[in-house]
Design a protein around this ligand. Structure first.
Ligand code: THU
Length: 161
């Protein structure tokens, strides 16, 4: 028997003022675009904004539905839009934020499992890591070098032969 370990480093900033100008700009866009979310059922408004390798910027927000499972997270709305408008262009970074009438928005958001799988697919597809900039409307910011860190033991294309 051997024991293995999975661990990764990530950056923790106490707030947006510590970020580079470009990262701060992208996070501000993500914070602002939460206003476009359609979240009448959860009141949890999520915004995700991607900076592409070609300099284009694309945004996505969560879109809920009266039939709850039909709702889509901001990250997957974003990735579908990126892939449609700018096919095969790698995504450099995605800033993700949220706002809510019910809970304080002062700690970094954590993408759901389905979105982690979708982010990984996009990384695999373009063979490029996607940097994640995670925050709320205020407070700490986490920067994670690649979305794949969030999904160890992932099921990927290669399993399918
Ligand atoms: N949601 C996202 O859009 N992204 C996440 O990373 C977490 C959750 C959405 C789904 C649903 O519309 C609402 O937030 C509450 O779960």
């Amino acid at each position: 028997m051997t024991e293995s370990k999975f661990q990764f480093n990530y950056e923790v900033y106490s707030d947006i003022s510590e970020l580079s100008e470009q990262d701060a700009w992208l996070l501000t866009e993500a914070r602002t675009v939460t206003e476009q979310a359609y979240a009448p059922y959860s009141n949890f408004h999520v915004g995700a904004v991607a900076m592409l390798e070609n300099g284009e910027v694309v945004a996505g927000t969560n879109q809920e539905n009266a039939s709850y499972p039909v709702g889509i997270c901001a990250e997957r709305v974003l990735l579908g839009t990126v892939a449609t408008i700018h096919p095969n262009v790698p995504v450099k970074s995605i800033a993700i934020s949220y706002s809510s009438d019910d809970v304080k928005s002062d700690h970094p958001i954590s993408p759901c499992g389905m979105c982690r799988q979708a982010l990984l697919e996009y990384e695999t597809r373009t063979a490029k890591p996607i940097r994640l900039i995670l925050s709320g409307q205020e407070g700490k910011v986490f920067i994670i070098e690649t979305a794949s860190f969030l999904l160890p033991f992932a099921f990927t294309k290669s399993e399918l032969g």
